[in-house]
Each structure stands twice: as C-alpha cells, then as structure tokens.
Design a protein around this ligand. Structure first.
Ligand code: PLP
Length: 218
C-alpha cells in the first residue's frame, strides 16, 4: 500500500468518525513500518494505539520529539513488570483485566504522581485465549478499581471473530451504562461503523488505515 493511499484511508475513516461526533479514532500502528506511521502523522492525526509496550517504547519517543504531543493508547495485554514503562509512555490503558494489575497501578500512581486513564477489558465472548474479566465479574471489578482510586473511564472488548460483533458491543454498552462509566472502546477495521452506531467512544482501527500488517505481533 502506498503512502498516499494510507493518507486517503485516514482521511476517509476520520470523516466517518467526525460524523459520529464523540468517537475517538485510534490508529492502530502495531508492526507497521515507520514511514506509514509518519504518513498518518503528516496528515495531522495524533491518536495511536499499540499492543506491546516494548514496541511502542522503540518508536514513540522519537515520533513525539518530531511531532509534539501524541495521544498514545495501550490496547494489548500488560505484564505487571511492564506497568511502570506503560505509565511513562501511554495516555490511556485499555487492558486493565485483573486485581493484581489494579494493585500495581495504584502503587505506581502513588509513587509517580500521575496515572493514565483506564478501561477495563471484558471477555464478552468467554474465550479461553482472551484476556479480560468475565461479564458477571465486571461490576465488582469496577468497584474494586474505584476503591483503589484508579481513573476507570470505561470498558473495552474484542468480540470473537466468528460471532456477530453487534451483540458484544451492545452488551459492553449495557455494562458500561450500568456502572456509570462513560467510555466504550469497541470496533476494529471490519466493524467500527457498527460499533459507532452502538455507542463506541473509541474505535481501534489498524488495517483499514495502514493496510494489512506484514508481520504479526507476538
Ligand atoms: C490489532 C488490534 C486492532 C486493530 O485491528 P484491525 O483489524 O487491523 O483494525 C484493534 N484492537 C486490538 C486490541 C488489536 O490488537
């Protein structure tokens, strides 16, 4: 995919996003070559998502140096021993998914005097291979995180590939409403329009902007 084509893509997806009003478009740049990411930055876009701390640490400090403030979102699973580095790099963490991580975050927030905004990942499809708390655990976990004074702003989900995504989006929206948290991170390249129509506040779009990923992330 050529760089001009990538810039057309971001313009097209941004236009759809602006129609939706309140939805934030996260351009998912994991494993994309730097020139493609720079093409999107040159277009003026400043909100990106990465799913590995290590990879993000390798490229975003330099991009921030060149392009100024960039809103960076962690959308992949986080090991506790990478939490400090994640705090330093990311504005928002979408993958708070277990009590141990919540405790680590609370300690770091105390120590570092700041804390990224957070979303709790929900395993709406109950898949063994996916991270996230189960739907029936969400209410308790939200409370638990709030008791630790973590800035929990919403919920995030990744629906199973072989199921109707809209059912999962509707479920996530309902759980977020029930818990009084404003953000819903849902929708990817294949279904972000559906997600927006069901109340997404953050869509995570990779291949529809950058083209297919060449390498696959670990
Ligand atoms: C890679 C990834 C995306 C983007 O996927 P596309 O299908 O390329 O849009 C969205 N969310 C998460 C959690 C991802 O890991």
């Amino acid at each position: 995919m050529g760089l001009t084509e990538i810039q057309d893509n971001i313009a097209r997806v941004e236009a759809q996003w602006e129609c939706a009003g309140r939805t934030r478009l996260i351009a998912v740049s994991k494993v994309q070559p730097d020139d493609r990411v720079a093409a999107v930055l040159d277009q003026g876009h400043r909100c990106f998502g990465e799913n590995r701390v290590q990879e993000a640490a390798g490229k975003w400090p330099a991009f921030r140096e060149t392009y100024g403030e960039i809103d960076l979102h962690l959308i992949g699973p986080l090991q506790s021993n990478k939490a400090r580095q994640a705090f330093e790099l990311f504005n928002v963490i979408h993958t708070l998914d277990r009590p141990k991580l919540a405790t680590t975050f609370a300690r770091l927030a105390d120590e570092m005097g700041h804390c990224p905004d957070m979303l709790i990942q929900v395993n709406t499809g109950r898949e063994d291979q996916k991270a996230g708390v189960l739907p029936e655990e969400v209410d308790d976990f939200v409370r638990q995180c709030q008791d630790l004074s973590l800035p929990v702003k919403g919920l995030m989900c990744i629906p199973p590939v072989d199921e109707e995504a809209s059912l999962h989006f509707a479920l996530l929206d309902k759980m977020a409403a029930r818990n009084g948290v404003p953000w819903r991170s849902m929708g990817m390249s294949s279904d972000y329009d559906v997600a927006i129509s069901l109340g997404a506040t953050h869509v995570r779009v990779g291949s529809a902007i950058f083209g297919e990923r060449v390498a696959s992330p670990q």
